[in-house]
Design a protein around this ligand. Structure first.
Ligand SMILES: Cc1ncc(COP(=O)(O)O)c(C=O)c1O
Length: 412
């Protein structure tokens, strides 16, 4: 079976590291606090040549803290693209502000012309998402932001190490949010960071960060269990019980979730805004050493798809050179049918994002999105499907996926 999700980055070294924190009592006192938090901080600061960087339990917590550092309050407006994740909407809502959705271009990133139309005197921040790793049109966006004096937060949930005109994504706006969640470029199960590229905002953030606590052990342990249990669950797909095994672990809260049910309803989960746990930072450090290699692998797999998949029925995303695809998005007329066909043949493709605000089982009425207001995002979300690019996808796997997609269209 070929998978797109379920912690696709995890290596045997990550699994061994997670198990040492879970099983060796002499490691338990470093589960939450310890040297790796500082080490991850140093490595990331060096990588981004950043003056100010703060580690968080997740990207969503980093985003909420970024908005709070801008003193965003009730009745303010925060611009965000449609074709995003509900945790972004929630982070805006927790400050009391209203999310204002802007349509995207066919590159899955915010449309600057549409963005300008949505700016009002109440607009206090613009969140710019580099969807799948595709850089947004930062020249146009930064020009607008500077003209209207609105701070920009880059949402780099899908990219770490990508560049735009020679500058690392995350360092162009006033702040850059990073995510180390389950399916991301680097994944320590749950984690995030905030790059602050503006000294005045950094001063605000510094004061706020001093009061941010460490997470509780019981919140972190499920994310460590993801490392040994997800590969086991994946291997059980072969005998038809993998799906049930993984669903049971999730139901029993043995493994950590990407999004909790309460977040899907637009409520806060039990996981409060907190710092990055040391045990997860340890795994992040291992992957940070491999970042270049991981991104190069993603390039290679994307090139394979570009060259090998029959182009007749598919819209391809732009060719990326200075950044890599965390998942390779294609746009088709029959995504569900293609998904089911591939699943029957042992390939689980990704569904980022099959609704304008994902995932598809959220309470949509709580998001404030008005149906029909972002037609391109609605069109893309009803037609997009994504292919894996992670380290365990070999060129043979990419070839199998390419041939499967071609076979689907030959048959239909
Ligand atoms: C576009 C986008 N932004 C932000 C986030 C938040 O990241 P995290 O899962 O680390 O909270 C996610 C992921 O869930 C995302 O997909």
């Amino acid at each position: 079976m070929i998978f797109t999700g379920f912690q696709p980055n995890a290596s045997s070294k990550d699994i061994r590291t997670a198990l040492t924190y879970l099983l060796f009592p002499w490691k338990w006192h470093t589960l939450i606090e310890g040297e790796y938090e500082q080490k991850a901080h140093r490595m990331l600061r060096k990588f981004f040549s950043a003056d100010h960087l703060y580690l968080f339990d997740s990207g969503r917590s980093a985003l909420e803290s970024a908005l709070r550092a801008l003193d965003i309050r009730t009745d303010d407006e925060v611009i965000v693209q449609a074709y995003t994740c509900v945790v972004v909407t929630n982070a805006i809502k927790w400050t009391g502000a209203k999310p204002v959705y802007v349509d995207v271009t066919h590159t899955f990133t915010i449309n600057p012309a549409e963005l300008e139309k949505k700016i009002t005197p109440k607009t206090k921040a613009i969140i710019v998402q580099h969807t799948f790793g595709i850089p947004a049109d930062m020249d146009a966006i930064m020009a607008l932001a500077r003209h209207y004096h609105i701070p920009v937060i880059e949402d780099c949930a899908h990219v770490i190490g990508g560049e735009y005109r020679g500058k690392k994504l995350g360092t162009i706006g006033d702040m850059g949010m990073l995510s180390f969640g389950t399916d991301k470029v680097l994944s320590c199960g749950r984690g995030g960071a905030l790059l602050v590229n503006n000294d005045d905002i950094a001063e605000q953030l510094e004061a706020q960060y001093a009061h941010i606590p460490y997470p509780k052990r019981r919140w972190i342990i499920p994310y460590l269990w993801n490392f040994p249990l997800f590969p086991l669950g994946k291997s059980l797909y072969r005998i038809g019980i993998g799906k049930y095994f993984l669903a049971a672990l999730k139901k029993l809260s043995i493994t950590g979730r990407v999004i909790y049910d309460r977040e899907k309803k637009g409520e806060r989960s039990h996981f409060a805004v907190s710092r990055l746990a040391n045990s997860l930072a340890h795994i992040l450090c291992i992957q940070l050493h491999e970042l270049e290699e991981l991104n190069e692998h993603r390039h290679q797999i994307a090139r394979w798809y570009e060259e090998e998949i029959d182009r007749k029925h598919i819209t391809f995303p732009p060719k990326l050179t200075a950044t890599a695809y965390v998942r390779y998005p294609i746009v088709v007329d029959t995504p569900k049918e293609l998904h089911n066909f591939c699943k029957k043949n042992g390939i689980l493709l990704g569904e980022w994002y099959d609704t304008v605000i994902a995932p598809n089982d959220i309470v949509f009425s709580n998001t404030g999105y008005v149906a029909g207001s972002c037609p391109v995002a609605e069109n893309l979300s009803s037609r997009s499907i994504n292919l894996p690019t992670s380290r365990h996808i070999s060129t043979e796997d990419a070839d199998t996926i390419s041939r499967m997609i071609t076979a689907f269209y030959a048959q239909n």
